[in-house]
Write a protein that binds this ligand. Structure first.
Ligand code: TEU
Length: 576
């Protein structure tokens, strides 16, 4: 088997992407950190799951301050992950299995240890203008609070400007001080990035996940008062993306995929970014649904999220993006808490079925689904006993900032535990051994204590497992064009616990019914009435079949008496 290069330009509409966080996926040499050879050893697992694309988190040379999202050499592999030869072998082994590779590329900023930035520290260097260097505010001494060139804050706490006494100016960093922002206004910067991206395409990669790409165009003059959402989607965004597409992708002789991570993007923006006629990006990662449960204190102050609010958001994106554009569909990734703990029900009795229902609801929507490593197993958030369990700078900086402000760590721990990105970064759970089959050494972050119960070894090939449900959903997307190309009609939008919608395409109809509660749901009669005569319970009438179900019991309950058991989901299919 190998990859098919005769695909249409929108091949990714019927594809499923699997996200690998390389640091936590598989460790081949026992140093406790995942690596490329570990991934190569696990490719048959991905082929069994049936995914079409692997999104590989950054493996470039990096100080690893933000776990690789601080790149010091775009064209080399960091030794902790292996070598360029290993990466070439991974590309070859993926392609041999018919799987494409999406490289995660971070071009809004580099590491402060990248030679470009090191050179730019010299005010006389031609690289000075490759980054944002600015003098202190007028009438302020550099380095004193309030002297920063504007009042922007960094995502990882503190001001977005770092004082460089040696050169007498500040530099901008929207994330950590070790991640200085590149100045995309400088055409030399853009040309260097495009050359590097072409270098990776020439090496055989099949596209890119563009990290926080909607930050590369900053508001003119870098004005005060701009929060993250005012800074994002700046005036030259569409120009830069169209230029990147023309310079890097347009003349490539094979089907590629480019997805833009765009915190703060709205549906209106997304329609423009992903309109195929505009040739900017193929799809975006939006953040509205993963910000809904942020309380007044933000992501470390998660509040309960009623399902209808989540449903309203995702179904609005479905309806408003259907006429033009395309969306990435995701519940979690390396930056988000685990989906089953956040949007499902990770109580022992309900974890598995709710994980399967979250998968049903997402994978039957219009868009390209992304499976984050371990989500296909129903992996959960992990318990944190104290600050020592955390690794992520976002969590550690937040805790330090809050404690400096006088808050006690014990008061912070529940919010940190629920919202920390480290929940998604615990080692992949392969089996019930001490290192969960991830490593033979000391893992860089603790294995989730539930690994002995939740792991691939207990699920692959086991009927009814979360893994096998994902495998069935992925196969259904490949086999049933309605899933990739069908229209979407939200249903029962006033029901507190039932998530329902219809898909239709060229005479095929799908009815998705999903419960988001532990209690059984009586499905509203108007949803089922023209699908079957519940009294007769004859599912064969009108060619109605069960395409997907979280259990045979659920399928029977729906067909026989229009009832959906707790957290179950069923997809009916018929030919009109
Ligand atoms: O994330 C961008 C982004 O918006 C995140 O900062 C997100 O808002 C936050 O992590 C949620 O808590 C990308 C990468 O996915 C992330 O891992 C990097 O840390 C970040 O950019 C900087 O490169």
């Amino acid at each position: 088997m190998s990859i098919d290069n005769d695909l249409t330009r929108d091949w990714w509409k019927s594809a499923v992407v699997y996200q690998i966080y390389p640091r936590s996926f598989a460790d081949s040499d026992g140093d406790g950190t995942g690596d490329l050879r570990g991934i190569i050893e696990r490719l048959d697992y991905l082929q069994t799951l049936g995914v079409d694309v692997v999104w590989l988190g950054p493996v470039y040379r990096s100080p690893q301050y933000d776990n690789g999202y601080d790149i010091s050499d775009y064209q080399d592999v960091d030794p902790i992950f292996g070598t360029l030869d290993d990466l070439d072998e991974l590309i070859e082994e993926l392609h041999r299995r018919g799987i494409r590779l999406l490289m995660d590329i971070v071009v809004n900023h580099t590491s402060d240890e990248h030679p470009w930035f090191v050179e730019s520290r010299d005010p006389s260097s031609e690289r000075r203008d490759w980054y944002f260097w600015r003098p202190p505010r007028p009438d302020h001494a550099g380095g004193e609070p309030g002297a920063e060139p504007n009042n922007w804050n960094a995502v990882f706490s503190g001001p977005a400007w770092e004082w460089d006494a040696a050169s007498g100016e500040y530099f901008l960093h929207m994330f950590s001080r070790k991640q200085p922002d590149l100045n995309w206004e400088n055409p030399q910067v853009r040309s260097a990035i495009y050359r590097m991206m072409r270098w990776w395409l020439d090496r055989g990669v099949d596209g890119f996940r563009l990290d926080v790409i909607n930050l590369i165009s900053k508001p003119e003059g870098l004005p005060d008062g701009a929060g993250f959402t005012q800074i994002a989607d700046g005036p030259r965004m569409h120009e830069f993306l169209a230029e990147m597409n023309a310079e890097v992708l347009a003349d490539q002789p094979r089907p590629l995929l480019v997805v833009g991570e765009m915190p703060g993007v709205t549906v209106e923006d997304a329609r423009r970014y992903t309109d195929p006629e505009r040739r900017e990006v193929d799809m975006v990662f939006q953040f509205e649904h993963v910000d809904l449960d942020h309380g007044p204190g933000g992501k470390f102050d998660l509040v309960p999220l009623p399902m209808p609010r989540l449903r309203e958001n995702l179904m609005r994106w479905q309806v408003e993006l259907e006429p033009v554009g395309w969306n990435s569909l995701y519940w979690d990734n390396h930056d988000q808490p685990r989906a089953v703990s956040r949007f499902g029900d990770d109580d022992a009795q309900w974890r598995e079925v709710s994980a399967k229902t979250l998968a049903t609801v997402l994978h039957l929507l219009r868009g390209t689904p992304y499976v984050y490593q371990g989500q296909e197993l129903g992996m959960t958030n992990t318990p944190f006993a104290d600050i020592a369990g955390f690794r992520d700078i976002e969590s550690l900086n937040y805790a330090a900032e809050q404690e400096t402000a006088g808050r006690l760590f014990d008061e912070l721990l529940p919010g940190l535990s629920a919202g920390s990105r480290d929940n998604a970064r615990t080692p992949m759970q392969w089996d019930d051994s001490a290192g969960a089959g991830f490593t033979s050494g000391e893992p860089w972050i603790a294995v989730n204590p539930n690994a002995a119960q939740i792991n691939a070894q207990r699920q692959v090939g086991v009927a009814g497992s979360v893994f096998e449900h994902y495998r069935a959903l992925i196969a259904f997307r490949h086999d049933e064009p309605c899933v990739a190309h069908g229209g979407v009609t939200p249903l029962a939008m006033d029901h507190p616990d039932l998530w329902a919608y219809r898909r239709e395409h060229e005479g095929i109809e799908l009815l998705v019914l999903a419960s988001f509660t532990r209690e059984p749901i009586e499905i509203p009669a108007d949803l089922l009435e023209d699908w079957m005569d519940c009294d007769a319970g004859d599912p064969s009438r009108d060619g109605v079949t069960v395409a997907i179900a979280t259990s045979d019991e659920a399928a029977s309950a729906v067909l026989a008496d229009g009832r959906l058991p707790g957290w179950e989901s069923v997809v009916l299919r018929r030919i009109r």
